[in-house]
Design a protein around this ligand. Structure first.
Ligand SMILES: [Zn+2]
Ligand SMILES: [Zn+2]
Length: 343
């Protein structure tokens, strides 16, 4: 049904690619993160829920056909539909059915509830292509409420000391999840980096409820930042952009903060473990829930995950991604943050 080509996953029967690495005639897009939604293809198929963020990423010229979750599309006799992936706004798994055989391509996903996007749905299939960003047993997430409470406590302590709190997280998805996580709690004024602000507005336009924010660049000169919460992309960590905030504490919200040393390497004061990918137990539970006999593993700890599944009697294959050696996915490096302002 699918093969791996120079441009990524390809469906020969219907002549389309999924999240292609280079421009193609027809691209089915799982979500708007830069390592999945690349510019330059002739036409795109994507979820309606993610329209605004995808448009921000691909630009006004992109030819995007939008479908609702679960709405079947017939492409040259192959039945294609998008299923919620629970990763970021508009994120989808791609379900492909042809002659009674069903394949599902997960894209990035998480099964934890997230108020900023539709919840993940496990779909029965013969072959499941899963990501494995955090596919090692050491990666287990605590309930997210605990992480948000920890973040709020950090802000309170900083505010009491007259400091600003700067939390860094990926501009698309993580930043809005942080904002949703503090909604309804006592928090100071919330300011944003320009890259975060634009995507946050896209979320609001799509109907996601988030606290009021103001872009730092739009603030009058002389604004005092003590007691405020500032949400910024990963690239802001350690940059001169932070100087304007005076006395401040920095934090990073990412699944990678689970690993000892990750915070120190970035010279941050705090690390909050918050991921938009499944942890190990949820990865295994999801694979079980699909009922798949064959699992292709991509995007992360492919080999250990494949080996573990083989031992449990599944057939597996691993797919190298084009991003080899660049850190696995947006959570780590902030891939495709080229549109960020630096001021
Ligand atoms: Zn992603
Ligand atoms: Zn990804």
């Amino acid at each position: 049904m699918l093969t791996v080509t120079q441009s990524g996953l390809y469906c020969p029967a219907a002549d389309f690619y999924i999240d292609p690495w280079s421009p193609v005639d027809r691209a089915v897009i799982t979500h708007a993160h830069g390592d999945h939604a690349r510019w330059g293809s002739r036409r795109y198929l994507a979820s309606r829920a993610g329209e605004r963020v995808l448009r921000t990423r691909l630009g006004p010229e992109a030819n995007i056909e939008l479908v609702d979750y679960g709405e079947p599309v017939n492409i040259n006799g192959v039945n294609v539909s998008l299923i919620p992936a629970g990763h970021i706004l508009g994120s989808a798994q791609v379900r492909i059915e042809h002659r009674g055989e069903v394949w599902v391509v997960s894209g990035d996903y998480k099964t934890e509830p997230d108020p900023t996007c539709a919840p993940f749905e496990a779909e029965r299939c013969h072959t499941f292509i899963t990501e494995s960003t955090f596919g090692l047993p050491i990666y287990t997430w605590r309930p997210q409420r605990e992480t948000f409470d920890e973040l709020l406590g950090w802000w309170r302590d900083n505010a009491a000391e007259g400091r600003a709190s700067v939390v860094c997280g990926y501009a698309l998805g993580k930043a809005q999840r942080i904002l949703a996580g503090v909604l309804g709690n006592e928090i100071g004024p919330v300011y944003t980096h320009g890259a975060v602000e634009r995507l946050t507005q896209d979320y609001r336009d799509a109907g996601v409820e988030l606290p009021a924010t103001t872009a730092v660049a739009a603030l009058p000169k002389g604004t005092r930042f003590a007691g405020s919460l500032i949400v910024a992309p990963p690239s802001a960590a350690g940059s001169t952009w932070l100087r304007r905030f005076g006395d401040h504490s920095t934090a990073f919200a990412s699944g990678w903060m689970r690993v000892r040393g990750a915070r120190r390497r970035r010279a941050l004061d705090r690390g909050f473990v918050l991921s938009d990918h499944v942890d190990w137990p949820s990865l295994m539970a999801t694979i079980d829930a699909t009922g798949a006999e064959c699992v292709w593993v991509t995007h992360g700890y492919r080999e250990p995950v494949a080996r573990y599944l083989e031992e449990r009697g599944l057939r597996t294959s691993t797919i190298a991604s084009q991003w080899e050696g660049e850190g696995e996915g947006e959570d780590d490096t902030g891939v495709a943050t080229g549109e960020e302002e630096t001021s």
